[in-house]
Design a binder for this molecule. Structure first.
Ligand SMILES: *Cc1c(COP(=O)(O)O)cnc(C)c1O
Length: 392
């Protein structure tokens, strides 16, 4: 099938919820992808933060292929090795003691929302189920995750959203405090708002928020779906802030390209769920878990995480002199560029044309290169980006 035929077929047969860019990607290796016409691209997107070890990392491919040839699915009616081993690995690396495996970020957040409500129900009785989240947050597209997403424009056509959600602007502790009512059970935040425009939350704000949650017996849920598993140079973004959430959610980078989500919580909360409280047919899928184990084992190494920060700094240093960039927001390899005059969508299209894949988020160009990217690919990508930004 050629590019033109494929595009026509796509639009004829798919629900029109996506507007793909003008490239049919057919294979990838490391931080380079190739399209149907043989053109190559440097990848500064990681499939929106998913391919943290790049395309087709050999160790990941081996783990996933071996598992596919051994046992692909059982349902959660049986024990399996990969999910159990992954849970053991993740709890050993973190401050959390128990995990629910889902298949996506939205699903991980659905679990977090249900768990927060269940804990509050058990401790305080019914009627205390409200969750406060932030303006410009993004927590997913399913109804509860969408309800938690503080972007009313995304709710409009799908009303009624779930009751019990309210939104406050980030980085204003007084407004958050005023929004807490006797019905509030939890606060849900991203430490760096990804889809909301790479907005890095203020350190004092998050620490104040964590203290407030402690004082008022509210659960702190941190959505690490985009920031987790090394993206920001620490295993989790909350670790930059010296806070301890009660629940975190993971997805994107965890699977390295296979669908998996996870909701992690503490020993104090885990037993508020019991058999039947929650579930998922595909959750904890052996193939996804075998791949995720490779991701966590590699990325959690201190030297790997230090390299993520070093590469982020390198990227920042090479883009800082660019006169058309107004501001660079960066935590590890999660980067937002505010441009002086150019539109992010135009920059994205021009980059793609020259063989570089980038993302946008609100009014910014967003960069999420594979965490494993080589300095060479990083420099080459930066050269293309700089060329595009300088209008050449
Ligand atoms: C992408 C994202 C989600 C949703 O994940 P899906 O896998 O698309 O459901 C939720 N929260 C954050 C912070 C995200 O970046």
């Amino acid at each position: 099938m050629d590019t033109k035929t494929l595009k026509a077929s796509y639009h004829a047969h798919m629900l029109p919820v996506y507007a793909p860019y003008d490239a049919v990607l057919v294979r990838g290796r490391g931080a380079t992808a190739t399209d149907l016409d043989g053109k190559t691209y440097i990848d500064f997107t990681s499939g929106i933060g998913v391919n943290a070890l790049g395309f087709c990392d050999p160790e990941w491919v081996r783990a996933v292929s071996d598992q596919a040839g051994q046992l692909q699915h059982t349902s959660n009616l049986y024990y399996t090795l990969p999910a159990t081993t992954l849970a053991q690995t993740l709890t050993a690396q973190t401050d959390f003691d128990a995990i629910f495996f889902a298949n996506s970020g939205a699903e991980a957040n659905e679990c977090a929302i249900k768990l927060a409500r269940k804990v509050s129900f058990d401790r305080h009785g019914p009627g205390r189920a409200d969750i406060i989240s932030l303006t410009d947050s993004f927590h997913g597209r399913t109804m509860a995750a969408l309800s938690a997403t503080g972007q009313p424009s995304m709710h409009e056509a799908f009303m009624p959203i779930l009751p019990g959600f309210s939104y406050v602007p980030p980085d204003d502790l007084a407004v958050l405090e005023a929004a807490i009512t006797p019905a509030t059970c939890a606060v849900m935040v991203e430490c760096v708002q990804g889809e909301g425009g790479v907005h890095i939350l203020d350190r004092a704000y998050l620490q104040g928020l964590a203290a407030l949650c402690r004082d008022k017996d509210l659960l702190l849920i941190v959505d690490e779906v985009q920031t987790g598993i090394g993206r920001t140079g620490k295993l989790f973004a909350y670790q930059h802030y010296d806070i301890q959430p009660d629940i975190i959610t993971l997805a994107k980078g965890l699977g390295g390209g296979l669908p998996i989500g996870a909701c992690l919580t503490t020993a104090a909360l885990k037993d508020h769920f019991s058999t039947g409280s929650h579930g998922s047919t595909f959750g904890g899928n052996p193939i996804a878990c075998a791949g995720a184990k490779v991701m966590v084992d590699r990325i959690a190494q201190p030297a790997f995480l230090a390299a993520v920060e070093a590469k982020g700094q390198l990227l920042e240093d090479s883009l800082t002199p660019c006169p058309s960039i107004e501001k660079i927001d960066r935590l590890g390899l999660m980067i937002g560029l505010t441009l002086k005059d150019q539109k992010p969508a135009d920059v994205l299209a021009a980059c793609l044309d020259k063989g570089l894949m980038v993302l946008t988020a609100k009014d910014k160009v967003r960069l999420l290169p594979p965490l494993s990217i080589s300095e060479e690919d990083l420099s080459q990508g930066c050269a293309i980006l700089t060329e595009v930004l300088s209008g050449k």
